[in-house]
Design a protein around this ligand. Structure first.
Ligand code: SAM
Length: 326
C-alpha cells in the first residue's frame, strides 16, 4: 500500500499517453501549442514496466488519458498490455471520442473496461468554437460505438465555460432522461498560459445546478449527495442516468483524493493543480534499478500535497491541462 503523509491510500494512476491532441479546446491548451518530440515520451516497454512497479506498490486502478490517448498509433496494443498485467482491477480511458467509431470495439476486445467521453455541447457551431475545429457528430458516433462495444457505464464530461456553453447545460442534462449515462459538469481549472481566461470564464458548480434546476425542477441527490470519485451525483426527476458535478475549484475534494498522474514524458505528478513532480523516466533510461524506481515513487507519494492552492492564488504554471491529462 502506498500511503501519503496524511494517511491517504494512493492507488489510482492516471497515465497520459501523449501531449498531442486532435482538438484544441479553448479551456485546455493555447491554440499555438507545441508538442514534445516523440522520443521524449514514454515508450511502450517503459510504460509497461512502470505500470508493473506501481502495481507492486498497491496501485490497482488505472486510466489512460492525454492529450488524446487514441491518437497514439499503438493504442490498442498499449491497452492490451496494461489490461493483461496481473493486478489491474479497474481500467478506463478519458477521450474526446472522435476516433471511437472505429476504435471502441478493438479497445474493448483488448481489455479496456470503460470510457469517459468529453462533450461540452450538443450544438455543432458551439462545439467547433469550443474545440477550435471539432465536429460534434463524430463524438456522438463515438459515444454510440462505445456503448455498443460494452465500454459502460458511459460517463460524459462537459467543462462549462462562460460565454461558450453555459446555456447548454439543460440540453446536456436531458440526455440522462433517455440514456443510463452519467453526465458530468466540470468547473474549469486554471493552468499556465491559459489561466487568465480560465479564471475569468469559470462557471461554478452551484451556478450549474441552478441553471439545470431552473429548467427541470429540484435535482434529487443520489445516495444523499455522496461523491462518486470526484463527482457529486444527482438525478433529474424521471431521470434514467445521473448528473455529476465536479467542483474542483469551489468545493475541492482533496481529503478523499487517491490519485497520482504520470505525464507522457514520465513525470509523476501528485496533484493536478500543484507543480510538484518526480521524474521517473530519466532515471529509468539512466539504468536505475527497480528498487530505486520504487523508492522514488514511494517518496513522491509520501510528499503528495494536501490539496491545491487556488484559494491563495497559487496556480500551476509549469504545464497546461493537455500536458497532464485530466
Ligand atoms: N483528450 C481527452 C478528452 O478530451 O477527454 C483526454 C484529455 S483531457 C485533458 C481530460 C479531461 O480534462 C476532459 O474531460 C477535459 O474536458 C478536461 N479538461 C481540460 N481542460 C480542463 C480545465 N482547464 N479544467 C477542467 N477540466 C479540463
Amino acid at each position: 500500500m502506498a500511503l501519503d503523509r496524511f494517511g491517504r491510500d494512493i492507488h489510482y494512476l492516471r497515465i497520459s499517453l501523449t501531449d498531442r491532441c486532435n482538438l484544441r479546446c479553448v479551456y485546455c491548451m493555447p491554440e499555438d501549442m507545441t508538442f514534445r518530440p516523440r522520443p521524449e515520451l514514454m515508450q511502450d516497454d517503459e510504460l509497461q514496466l512502470l505500470v508493473q512497479l506501481f502495481i507492486q506498490l498497491g496501485f490497482h486502478k488505472f486510466r489512460l488519458t492525454g492529450g488524446e490517448p487514441t491518437v497514439r498509433s499503438d493504442i490498442v496494443e498499449i491497452v492490451r498490455r496494461i489490461a493483461h498485467t496481473p493486478g489491474v482491477r479497474s481500467f478506463s480511458m478519458t477521450t474526446n471520442g472522435l476516433l471511437l467509431k472505429k476504435l471502441a470495439q478493438p479497445l474493448a476486445e483488448a481489455g479496456l473496461q470503460r470510457v469517459n467521453i468529453s462533450i461540452d455541447t450538443l450544438d455543432p457551431v458551439k462545439f467547433k468554437r469550443l474545440t477550435r475545429w471539432g465536429e460534434v457528430e463524430e463524438v456522438w458516433d463515438g459515444i454510440v460505438a462505445a456503448e455498443a462495444a460494452g465500454l459502460t457505464p458511459i460517463k460524459l464530461n462537459a467543462v462549462v465555460v462562460r460565454g461558450y456553453n453555459e446555456d447548454d447545460l439543460p440540453d446536456l442534462a436531458a440526455l440522462t432522461l433517455y440514456h443510463n449515462w452519467q453526465m458530468r459538469f466540470i468547473e474549469m481549472m486554471p493552468f499556465g498560459d491559459v489561466a487568465n481566461f480560465q479564471q475569468s470564464q469559470i462557471v461554478t458548480a452551484q451556478e450549474m445546478r441552478d441553471k439545470i434546476e431552473a429548467a427541470f425542477g429540484a435535482l434529487i441527490p443520489v445516495e444523499g449527495g455522496k461523491l462518486d470519485g470526484e463527482a457529486r451525483l444527482y438525478r433529474l426527476p424521471e431521470g434514467l442516468g445521473d448528473l455529476g458535478f465536479i467542483s474542483s475549484v469551489t468545493e475541492p475534494f482533496c481529503a478523499s483524493c487517491t490519485r497520482a498522474r504520470l505525464t507522457a514524458d514520465g513525470k509523476l505528478r501528485m496533484c493536478l493543480l500543484r507543480e510538484y513532480e518526480v521524474d521517473l523516466l530519466t532515471p529509468l533510461r539512466a539504468g536505475a534499478t527497480l528498487d530505486d524506481l520504487k523508492a522514488l515513487i514511494l517518496k513522491a507519494v509520501y510528499h503528495k500535497p494536501w490539496g491545491h492552492g487556488l484559494a491563495h492564488n497559487v496556480v500551476p504554471l509549469n504545464r497546461v491541462m493537455s500536458e497532464i491529462g485530466g
